[in-house]
Design a protein around this ligand. Structure first.
Ligand SMILES: [Cu+2]
Length: 250
Protein backbone atom coordinates (compact mmCIF):
# COMPACT_ATOMS: atom_id res chain seq x y z
CA UNK A 1 0.00 0.00 0.00
CA UNK A 2 1.44 3.38 -1.12
CA UNK A 3 2.09 5.88 1.63
CA UNK A 4 0.48 9.29 1.33
CA UNK A 5 2.87 12.25 0.98
CA UNK A 6 2.82 14.78 3.77
CA UNK A 7 0.25 17.55 3.32
CA UNK A 8 2.89 20.34 2.81
CA UNK A 9 4.62 18.35 0.08
CA UNK A 10 1.30 17.64 -1.61
CA UNK A 11 0.51 21.38 -1.48
CA UNK A 12 3.90 22.26 -3.06
CA UNK A 13 3.28 19.66 -5.76
CA UNK A 14 -0.12 21.09 -6.55
CA UNK A 15 1.30 24.61 -6.61
CA UNK A 16 4.10 23.77 -9.04
CA UNK A 17 1.65 21.96 -11.31
CA UNK A 18 -0.56 25.02 -11.24
CA UNK A 19 2.39 27.35 -12.00
CA UNK A 20 3.46 25.07 -14.80
CA UNK A 21 -0.04 25.19 -16.19
CA UNK A 22 0.00 28.98 -16.05
CA UNK A 23 3.34 29.03 -17.87
CA UNK A 24 1.95 26.85 -20.63
CA UNK A 25 -1.10 29.06 -20.89
CA UNK A 26 1.08 32.16 -21.05
CA UNK A 27 3.21 30.58 -23.78
CA UNK A 28 0.08 29.61 -25.66
CA UNK A 29 -1.14 33.20 -25.36
CA UNK A 30 2.12 34.55 -26.78
CA UNK A 31 2.02 32.02 -29.58
CA UNK A 32 -1.57 32.86 -30.31
CA UNK A 33 -0.77 36.55 -30.35
CA UNK A 34 2.24 35.96 -32.55
CA UNK A 35 0.17 34.10 -35.07
CA UNK A 36 -2.41 36.83 -35.46
CA UNK A 37 -2.37 39.82 -37.76
CA UNK A 38 -3.49 43.23 -36.69
CA UNK A 39 -7.05 43.85 -37.88
CA UNK A 40 -5.85 46.86 -39.86
CA UNK A 41 -3.28 44.81 -41.79
CA UNK A 42 -5.76 44.57 -44.64
CA UNK A 43 -5.46 48.33 -45.18
CA UNK A 44 -1.93 48.03 -46.54
CA UNK A 45 -1.92 48.90 -50.23
CA UNK A 46 0.64 49.61 -52.90
CA UNK A 47 2.90 47.80 -55.33
CA UNK A 48 5.44 45.19 -54.27
CA UNK A 49 7.47 43.04 -56.65
CA UNK A 50 5.42 44.45 -59.51
CA UNK A 51 2.12 43.32 -57.95
CA UNK A 52 -0.56 45.63 -56.62
CA UNK A 53 -1.47 44.30 -53.17
CA UNK A 54 -5.16 45.20 -53.37
CA UNK A 55 -5.44 43.18 -56.60
CA UNK A 56 -4.12 39.95 -55.07
CA UNK A 57 -7.03 37.58 -54.52
CA UNK A 58 -5.37 34.77 -52.60
CA UNK A 59 -5.62 35.74 -48.88
CA UNK A 60 -2.30 34.24 -47.82
CA UNK A 61 -0.37 35.73 -50.73
CA UNK A 62 -2.00 39.07 -50.02
CA UNK A 63 -0.83 38.90 -46.39
CA UNK A 64 2.68 37.92 -47.46
CA UNK A 65 2.93 40.74 -49.98
CA UNK A 66 1.49 43.18 -47.43
CA UNK A 67 4.23 42.29 -44.97
CA UNK A 68 6.88 42.59 -47.67
CA UNK A 69 5.54 46.03 -48.53
CA UNK A 70 5.60 47.12 -44.90
CA UNK A 71 9.14 45.88 -44.36
CA UNK A 72 10.23 47.55 -47.58
CA UNK A 73 8.75 50.86 -46.49
CA UNK A 74 10.43 50.62 -43.10
CA UNK A 75 13.76 49.75 -44.76
CA UNK A 76 13.49 52.98 -46.74
CA UNK A 77 13.12 54.86 -43.48
CA UNK A 78 9.51 55.75 -44.09
CA UNK A 79 6.95 55.86 -41.29
CA UNK A 80 4.44 53.05 -40.93
CA UNK A 81 1.90 55.02 -42.91
CA UNK A 82 -0.44 54.11 -44.57
CA UNK A 83 -1.24 51.41 -42.06
CA UNK A 84 -0.56 53.54 -38.92
CA UNK A 85 -1.30 50.38 -37.07
CA UNK A 86 1.00 50.98 -34.16
CA UNK A 87 -1.01 54.08 -33.21
CA UNK A 88 -4.39 52.47 -33.57
CA UNK A 89 -3.78 49.43 -31.42
CA UNK A 90 -2.19 51.65 -28.78
CA UNK A 91 0.49 49.12 -28.01
CA UNK A 92 2.90 49.51 -30.86
CA UNK A 93 2.32 45.82 -31.18
CA UNK A 94 1.73 45.43 -34.86
CA UNK A 95 5.32 45.04 -35.88
CA UNK A 96 6.04 42.70 -33.00
CA UNK A 97 3.14 40.45 -33.79
CA UNK A 98 3.54 40.51 -37.54
CA UNK A 99 7.30 40.31 -37.22
CA UNK A 100 7.02 36.99 -35.42
CA UNK A 101 4.42 35.71 -37.79
CA UNK A 102 5.84 36.89 -41.01
CA UNK A 103 9.60 36.50 -40.76
CA UNK A 104 9.53 33.18 -42.59
CA UNK A 105 6.77 34.35 -44.89
CA UNK A 106 8.62 37.51 -45.88
CA UNK A 107 11.67 35.45 -46.67
CA UNK A 108 9.61 33.49 -49.16
CA UNK A 109 7.98 36.62 -50.53
CA UNK A 110 11.17 38.36 -51.61
CA UNK A 111 11.30 39.54 -55.22
CA UNK A 112 13.16 36.83 -57.09
CA UNK A 113 15.30 33.95 -55.81
CA UNK A 114 17.61 34.43 -52.83
CA UNK A 115 21.19 35.25 -53.79
CA UNK A 116 23.88 33.15 -52.08
CA UNK A 117 26.69 35.11 -50.42
CA UNK A 118 29.48 35.94 -52.84
CA UNK A 119 32.74 34.05 -52.47
CA UNK A 120 35.51 36.25 -51.00
CA UNK A 121 38.22 37.41 -53.38
CA UNK A 122 41.44 35.42 -53.31
CA UNK A 123 44.53 37.59 -53.99
CA UNK A 124 46.63 36.46 -56.91
CA UNK A 125 49.85 37.19 -58.76
CA UNK A 126 49.49 39.38 -61.85
CA UNK A 127 52.31 39.69 -64.35
CA UNK A 128 52.42 42.98 -66.25
CA UNK A 129 55.01 44.21 -68.75
CA UNK A 130 55.49 47.97 -69.05
CA UNK A 131 57.58 49.53 -71.81
CA UNK A 132 58.79 53.12 -71.92
CA UNK A 133 57.91 54.61 -75.31
CA UNK A 134 59.26 57.81 -76.93
CA UNK A 135 56.49 59.88 -78.47
CA UNK A 136 57.51 63.48 -79.19
CA UNK A 137 61.25 63.53 -78.60
CA UNK A 138 64.11 65.53 -80.08
CA UNK A 139 65.22 62.61 -82.22
CA UNK A 140 61.87 62.86 -84.04
CA UNK A 141 62.32 66.47 -85.20
CA UNK A 142 63.28 65.30 -88.71
CA UNK A 143 60.06 63.29 -88.92
CA UNK A 144 57.81 65.96 -87.39
CA UNK A 145 58.88 69.49 -88.45
CA UNK A 146 56.48 71.08 -85.94
CA UNK A 147 58.71 69.80 -83.16
CA UNK A 148 61.50 72.32 -83.88
CA UNK A 149 59.47 75.37 -82.81
CA UNK A 150 57.87 73.28 -80.07
CA UNK A 151 61.27 72.48 -78.50
CA UNK A 152 62.71 75.95 -79.18
CA UNK A 153 62.85 78.64 -76.49
CA UNK A 154 59.29 79.74 -75.77
CA UNK A 155 57.89 76.66 -77.55
CA UNK A 156 55.17 74.51 -76.00
CA UNK A 157 57.66 71.71 -75.26
CA UNK A 158 60.60 73.87 -74.19
CA UNK A 159 62.74 71.83 -71.79
CA UNK A 160 60.47 68.80 -72.16
CA UNK A 161 60.15 65.58 -74.12
CA UNK A 162 57.10 63.39 -74.30
CA UNK A 163 57.43 59.75 -73.29
CA UNK A 164 54.82 57.30 -72.13
CA UNK A 165 54.45 54.12 -70.16
CA UNK A 166 52.77 51.42 -72.22
CA UNK A 167 50.37 50.47 -70.74
CA UNK A 168 49.88 53.60 -68.67
CA UNK A 169 47.12 52.15 -66.45
CA UNK A 170 47.53 48.98 -64.44
CA UNK A 171 44.58 47.47 -62.59
CA UNK A 172 44.93 44.99 -59.74
CA UNK A 173 42.98 44.02 -56.63
CA UNK A 174 43.86 44.78 -53.04
CA UNK A 175 46.23 42.07 -51.82
CA UNK A 176 47.45 41.12 -55.30
CA UNK A 177 51.14 40.72 -56.06
CA UNK A 178 52.20 42.64 -59.14
CA UNK A 179 55.12 41.09 -60.99
CA UNK A 180 56.48 43.85 -63.18
CA UNK A 181 58.71 43.55 -66.19
CA UNK A 182 59.91 47.06 -66.99
CA UNK A 183 61.52 47.54 -70.41
CA UNK A 184 63.39 50.68 -71.43
CA UNK A 185 64.57 50.03 -75.01
CA UNK A 186 66.18 53.42 -75.73
CA UNK A 187 69.26 55.18 -74.45
CA UNK A 188 67.49 57.72 -72.21
CA UNK A 189 67.10 56.94 -68.55
CA UNK A 190 63.64 56.62 -67.00
CA UNK A 191 62.15 55.42 -63.74
CA UNK A 192 58.94 53.77 -62.57
CA UNK A 193 57.75 55.47 -59.40
CA UNK A 194 54.74 54.84 -57.16
CA UNK A 195 54.12 56.67 -53.85
CA UNK A 196 55.79 53.80 -51.93
CA UNK A 197 57.90 52.16 -54.63
CA UNK A 198 60.57 53.22 -57.14
CA UNK A 199 62.59 51.42 -59.79
CA UNK A 200 65.35 53.04 -61.87
CA UNK A 201 65.23 52.16 -65.56
CA UNK A 202 68.61 52.74 -67.23
CA UNK A 203 68.67 52.87 -71.02
CA UNK A 204 68.51 49.58 -72.86
CA UNK A 205 67.49 47.46 -69.89
CA UNK A 206 64.79 45.04 -68.83
CA UNK A 207 64.08 45.11 -65.09
CA UNK A 208 62.03 42.72 -62.97
CA UNK A 209 60.30 44.09 -59.88
CA UNK A 210 57.60 42.92 -57.46
CA UNK A 211 55.00 45.14 -55.83
CA UNK A 212 52.27 44.09 -53.40
CA UNK A 213 49.11 46.18 -53.66
CA UNK A 214 48.31 46.50 -49.97
CA UNK A 215 45.70 49.23 -50.15
CA UNK A 216 42.77 49.95 -52.42
CA UNK A 217 42.86 53.24 -54.28
CA UNK A 218 44.16 55.03 -57.36
CA UNK A 219 47.86 55.80 -57.27
CA UNK A 220 50.00 57.86 -59.68
CA UNK A 221 52.81 56.24 -61.65
CA UNK A 222 55.50 58.72 -62.63
CA UNK A 223 58.90 58.93 -64.21
CA UNK A 224 61.12 60.99 -61.91
CA UNK A 225 63.11 62.68 -64.71
CA UNK A 226 61.96 66.34 -64.51
CA UNK A 227 62.03 66.93 -68.28
CA UNK A 228 59.62 63.96 -68.73
CA UNK A 229 57.01 65.37 -66.37
CA UNK A 230 54.11 65.79 -66.21
CA UNK A 231 53.60 63.83 -69.43
CA UNK A 232 55.27 60.56 -68.54
CA UNK A 233 52.74 59.28 -66.04
CA UNK A 234 50.12 56.64 -65.46
CA UNK A 235 47.89 55.13 -62.80
CA UNK A 236 47.84 52.06 -60.65
CA UNK A 237 44.21 51.23 -59.90
CA UNK A 238 43.82 48.93 -56.88
CA UNK A 239 40.26 47.67 -56.51
CA UNK A 240 39.03 46.82 -53.02
CA UNK A 241 38.89 43.08 -52.30
CA UNK A 242 35.32 43.43 -51.02
CA UNK A 243 34.19 44.96 -54.31
CA UNK A 244 35.59 41.91 -56.13
CA UNK A 245 33.84 39.29 -54.02
CA UNK A 246 32.20 36.84 -56.37
CA UNK A 247 33.62 38.55 -59.46
CA UNK A 248 35.32 36.53 -62.19
CA UNK A 249 38.98 37.47 -62.66
CA UNK A 250 41.86 36.14 -64.73
CU1 LIG B 1 61.19 59.14 -68.19
Amino acid sequence: MARKAPRARRRRGNMSAMMEGRGVARKRGVAQEASSLHPNAGKITGVICGLRIEDIEHPLMRKIRSMSKLVGELAKGRPRHPARLDRQDGQGGFMIRTGRLCAPLIATAACGPATPPAAPYTPRVRAVTVTTVPLLVKEAQGLYPFLRPAFAKGGVLEGKEVYAFSPSTITVVEGDTLQLTLINPEDDTHSFVLPDFAVALPGGTKTQATYIAKHAGIFPILCSIPSHLPMMSGQLVVLSASSMAGAATR
